[in-house]
Design a protein around this ligand. Structure first.
Ligand code: ZN
Length: 380
């Protein structure tokens, strides 16, 4: 009997310590990882807020409002992602606490059974109390044997009761933690809902602004002029950066098509503008593709621009050496930073509709010494 109880207890405590260790290690790793991602996202949100503030201070042109709406939208999208990650983290925590509670509950039940089994055994043997066991001694040595046995059993019972008491406290504590977490989760879910509404509203505001520009021809023409000036500014910036980098290159580079699939919705060269009815130069090639499609680096090189560029929206420019650079505009997400070395075929951004763009597409430019050339012969 005592042996059985001992075995049961040793077994139980082993099970308990193993269980605790496993749940703890896995969850804390997952939670740490989640926390690290959250910290990174918090930094990105702060950067976005700074960018938005400086846009509001600096820009004056027709595209300033579009740019501001875009940055506000990007900020809301990041904040939404932040909330989603927090929800995931709290949910994981809840699952963890629930499985811990389940384990303690099972342990408490088993211990209860062990104790009641002991009491039943004592009754079965006709020993209604510890004292009676001693009173029934037949000799001094029998008394000592019984006394020793009882002392051990009592110590074990006391230990079991202490453990039961400790478990009960842990159980209550975890139950309270669960309650707090559930409340937190509910709050986060409400915030998430509100943020979703904000994202939708801001996306609509951006659409409305573009539509208004399209309706008002003079404004639209001004916006396109701004885009041309932006293109000129980029030419100078590319030349300046290439001069400072002096990246070696032959001047003729074998490129790959920067996206898979899609069709060319607008080729390079002068084109009649559908709304204005006047000729405008198209400085690159447009690939119509779904939002989020990966954009690949056309060749090895160094990222010299990665950020919001007025009418170009979120843009990456890569210097390939020898005065050759490629430009990728209107992205929804940028995945590289200025100064980063990229390999041909590496995903550098995702297709979007930022800047002067009415639908998701990639505007791809090849520039030689800052000047735009037809990109098609470079990747074909
Ligand atoms: Zn274009």
């Amino acid at each position: 009997m005592r042996f059985k109880v001992m075995v049961l207890m040793v077994g139980l405590s082993l099970l308990v310590s193993m269980g605790n260790g496993l749940v703890g290690a896995n969850t804390s790793r997952a939670l740490q990882e989640r926390q690290r991602e959250l910290d990174e996202l918090t930094r990105a949100i702060e950067e976005q807020k700074d960018a938005l503030a400086s846009t509001q201070r600096q820009e004056q042109g027709v595209l300033a409002e579009l740019n501001r709406l875009e940055q506000a939208l990007a900020l809301s999208e990041k904040e939404l992602l932040f909330l989603e990650m927090q929800i995931e983290m709290v949910s994981e925590n809840i699952a963890d606490v629930e499985s811990m509670l389940e384990m303690i509950r099972a342990r408490m039940q088993e211990r209860g059974e062990a104790l009641s089994e002991r009491i039943r055994a004592i009754y079965r043997a006709g020993l209604v109390s510890y004292l009676e066991v001693l009173l029934n001694s037949t000799s001094m040595s029998d008394f000592l044997t019984r006394f020793d046995m009882l002392r051990r059993i009592m110590a074990q019972d006391a230990e079991l009761l202490q453990e039961a008491e400790a478990d009960h406290l842990t159980y209550e504590g975890k139950l309270a933690e669960l309650e707090v977490n559930r409340h937190h989760l509910q709050q986060l879910q409400e915030e998430e809902e509100a943020k979703r509404v904000q994202v939708a509203t801001r996306a609509q505001e951006r659409e409305d602004h573009l539509a208004r520009l399209n309706r008002e021809r003079a404004e639209y023409e001004q916006a396109l002029d701004e885009l041309d000036r932006e293109s000129e500014r980029l030419s100078e910036e590319i030349r300046r950066l290439q001069a400072s980098l002096r990246r070696a290159g032959s001047g003729s580079i074998a490129m790959i098509r920067p996206v898979q699939g899609g069709w060319i919705s607008s080729p390079f060269g002068p084109r009649m503008h559908p709304i204005l009815g006047t000729q405008r130069m198209h400085t690159g090639v447009d690939f119509a593709l779904p939002h989020g499609t990966p954009i690949y680096a056309a060749a090895d090189g160094e990222v010299i621009v990665s950020g919001s560029q007025g009418g170009y929206g979120l843009t990456v420019i890569i210097d390939h050496g020898g005065g050759v650079a490629t430009l990728y505009a209107h992205a929804s997400t940028l995945l590289v930073r200025v100064g980063e070395e990229v390999k041909q075929g590496q995903v550098i951004a995702r297709v979007g509709s930022t800047g002067m763009s009415t639908g998701p597409h990639l505007h791809f430019e090849v520039r030689v010494n800052g000047e735009c050339v037809d990109p098609v012969p470079w990747y074909q």
